[in-house]
Design a protein around this ligand. Structure first.
Ligand code: ADP
Length: 721
């Protein structure tokens, strides 16, 4: 008999077997409905095989869905990704099928004449309606048709009631317009032309090639990869391209550019889409109609039949790392997906990650460099402001030199960006009477004061409460005070210093005046804002031609934690932030406030010496055999009861298999030891680069049976630790 192994979204390692009914033709990749207990689920056929009739009581497949099968390379990729991340393959496959829960949007109704049906009475008005219907463009409503025929809508309705005219769903065909590679071609500079040529050619070749596209902000990377997409579509009109971006705020600007470049909007894919729209894009992707998708990391799981080019823009960005549910590094999966598709992949950045640079230096990725900023724009001058010499007044955050520079910029009619990567008003709220710090009730974190909403918020879980008048610990009245600045507090200071300036906040919270990120970007571009106080939401991607001063309020902020990537991340973020200045003809400058101007990260920034910073940082990682020179994996155990979690951690620690060139550290409290009331413990594995860490983890986990009250999550490439 025939049996199909079907991947269904359950936390198990293997697909489930089902009998294939005799009259059902089924192959790998087909989507099916299968019974599971009393429920029915959607799954993907991983394998069909012939087995001798057994007495194993297998259930039968209920139906094959009337949808295109998952393309072979998509399914190969999903199964590989499950093995790589030690995730259940059915849950990984389900990432590709989420959109199927929704129906596509209903096509609009159109009026048509019913064949062979004549009206009982043919008045001149009715004749006019029928003539308008036969000759004119199709119309949606009785009123519209009436207008076209010069009669009332009632005449049309009469014909509908009689069954002479009927409303049918319109033939919408492809809901997405086809991009035109020639629509608005840009003359490229020689570096850009070389990059676009190489990428375009690789994408057309049908072989896997990975590129690092390295160039400072404003050097024209976006323009270069869009040209590569154009060359691909020119040479192979059925090809599909996927452009991944780290932030939705950034997406809008890039979407607008792509639309202008190709004369057609690309399909968007991110968490902000409605269910029906998701389904519409999914259908258009799997059928091959949709050529360009711009999306968040989850777009990696879309079923492209013809994917030839993947771009990962701002490849160093931490938001490519998925931290909940199935844990994965989107940038790495993008490279893997390109390999399965025999496609080209482009990792673009002004500050590439050490992983990517390492891969480029070792020849695994081809390196493309854009050396100059486009046109006359030059990189901003970066100056460190030593706060020990020029401190701000007590309870303020802007030092005299920064204030002076802002005043000059304002007087010249140019724009300033103040960068502080902290949402809200103050990161900590303290009781002056007893020293109590306001903490989240069920999570290991301080509550952040948000003054516009009058609430204290946990930035990890979203928990929030009204700001109390009395200290919950000692009961003192009006004793709670904010400690330290967030963007709201800096904005308050700016308003009091420069009351005439038009100042606003840009963060992922709704801005006080309710403007969306897109509105803010446009207002900034039109010069309607003088001073923008922003978190990292504005640090990258945008193009503000009149922005000539960037002030970094606290350049030491990211350097404090003892995290693996603290220095790298801070360098990247500050470089992105300072790169906002001087993008057009006017030169820009960046002032970084710091208490530790001697710090090597800040020294490298001020000297504009990215490569020496990366070399030093890379050498430190090499000596410690840490990524990218070694591999890490984190095992996090969590549960409601501290003792159960502790016991599970000990159980795991007692079952470590022997292995060479690999060490296990812990168990210890996880960096966030309490989240939403769950205790968290962590074991960390470090291995040499050529050790098969996944095989080790599998062997290890096979030795223990964890209690069901404790959850284990595995991160094969922790972003921070
Ligand atoms: P990056 O992606 O490296 O930050 P962009 O591609 O966004 O750089 O380019 C920066 C600015 O320069 C954009 O406004 C872009 O339209 C413009 N630009 C880039 N290359 C060209 C070109 N060859 N001709 C005209 N304008 C260009």
């Amino acid at each position: 008999m025939k049996v199909a192994a079907v991947l269904i979204p359950l936390p198990v390692d293997e697909p489930f077997d089902y009998v294939v009914p005799d009259d059902m033709a089924l192959a790998r990749g087909d989507l099916v409905t299968v019974p599971l207990g009393p429920r029915q689920m959607t799954g993907v056929v991983s394998e069909v095989r012939e087995i001798p009739a057994t007495n194993r009581r297998l259930k039968a497949i209920v139906a094959r869905l009337d949808l295109p099968a998952l393309p072979a390379a998509t399914l190969d990729f999903l199964e590989w990704a499950a093995r790589w991340t030690l995730s259940p393959p059915g849950e990984m496959a389900a990432l590709s099928l989420k959109a199927l829960r929704h129906a596509p949007p209903k096509p609009p109704l159109r009026l048509h004449r019913v064949a062979g049906k004549a009206p009982v009475r043919l008045t001149p008005a009715r004749a006019a309606v029928l003539q308008a219907l036969d000759e004119g463009p199709t119309v949606a409503s009785a009123a519209e048709l009436g207008r076209a025929a010069g009669v009332s809508a009632g005449v049309v309705k009469g014909l509908v009631d009689e069954g002479v005219i009927t409303a049918r769903p319109a033939e919408t065909g492809n809901p997405l317009q086809a991009p035109d590679p020639h629509h608005a071609r840009v003359e490229l500079n020689p570096d850009q032309a070389e990059a676009a040529g190489q990428i375009g050619q690789a994408a057309l070749s049908g072989e896997f090639v990975a590129f690092l596209l390295d160039g400072v902000t404003g050097s024209g990377k976006t323009e270069a990869y869009l040209e590569a997409v154009a060359r691909l579509l020119e040479g192979y009109p059925q090809a599909q391209a996927l452009i991944l971006l780290p932030e939705i705020a950034l997406t809008q600007a890039v979407i607008a550019r792509i639309t202008a470049r190709f004369g057609a909007a690309p399909a968007e894919w991110h968490s902000g889409l409605t269910g029906p729209r998701r389904r519409q894009v999914w259908d258009a992707v799997v059928s091959g109609h949709c050529r360009i998708v711009v999306g968040a990391r989850s777009a990696l799981f879309l079923p492209f039949p013809n994917l030839r080019l993947i771009v990962v823009d701002e490849e160093h960005d931490g938001s490519y790392k998925q931290e909940d549910g199935l844990i994965y590094q989107g940038r790495d999966l993008a490279v893997a997906r390109a390999r399965f598709e025999s496609a080209a992949v482009v990792l673009a950045s002004a500050t590439p990650s050490l992983e990517t640079l390492g891969n480029a230096r070792q020849g695994r990725y081809r390196e493309l460099r854009l050396t100059a900023r486009h046109g006359t724009a030059v990189l901003p001058d970066i100056t460190l402001l030593d706060l020990r010499a020029d401190p701000p007044e007590p309870q303020t955050w802007l030092s005299p030199p920064l204030r002076a520079a802002m005043a000059e910029t304002l007087a010249r009619g140019e724009q300033t960006l103040l960068f502080l990567n902290r949402r809200g008003y103050a990161p900590v709220v303290l009781c002056r009477a007893c020293g109590h710090r306001m903490t989240a009730p069920d999570t290991d974190s301080w509550l952040v004061e948000h003054r516009y909403t009058g609430r204290l918020v946990c930035h990890l879980t979203g928990f929030s409460m009204a700001r109390p008048d009395t200290c919950p610990s000692c009961g003192a009245k009006d004793s709670l005070v904010p400690v330290g600045p967030g963007v709201e507090r800096v904005e308050e200071e700016v308003r009091s210093l420069f009351p005439e300036a038009r100042t606003t906040i840009f963060s992922s919270d709704t801005t006080p005046d309710g403007r969306s990120a897109r509105d803010l970007v446009e207002a900034m571009e039109r010069g309607e804002i003088d001073i923008l106080v922003a978190t990292q939401a504005a640090a990258k991607g945008h193009n503000f031609p009149n922005l000539t001063l960037v002030g970094v309020v606290d350049a030491d902020l990211g350097l404090r934690g003892g995290d693996l990537r603290a220095a790298e991340r801070t360098f990247q973020l500050l470089m992105q932030a300072t790169g906002r200045a001087g993008r057009a003809e006017r030169p820009g400058r960046a002032l970084l406030q710091t208490w530790t101007p001697e710090h090597p990260v800040l020294q490298a920034l001020a000297a504009g010496d990215r490569d020496s910073f990366l070399a030093t940082e890379s050498e430190e990682r090499r000596l410690a055999a840490l990524p990218p020179f070694g591999r890490l994996a984190a095992l996090i155990l969590s549960g409601d009861k501290a003792d159960a979690v502790e016991k599970a951690a000990q159980l795991l620690a007692g079952a470590i298999p022997n292995a060479e060139r690999l060490e296990v550290y812990g168990p210890a409290d996880a960096p966030l030891a309490l989240v939403r009331g769950r205790r968290r413990k962590r074991l960390l594995v470090r291995a040499d680069r050529d050790v098969d860490i996944q095989a080790f983890l599998r062997a290890w986990l096979a030795r223990v049976k964890l209690p069901s009250s404790v959850r284990l999550s595995i991160d094969v490439d922790p972003y921070s630790f």
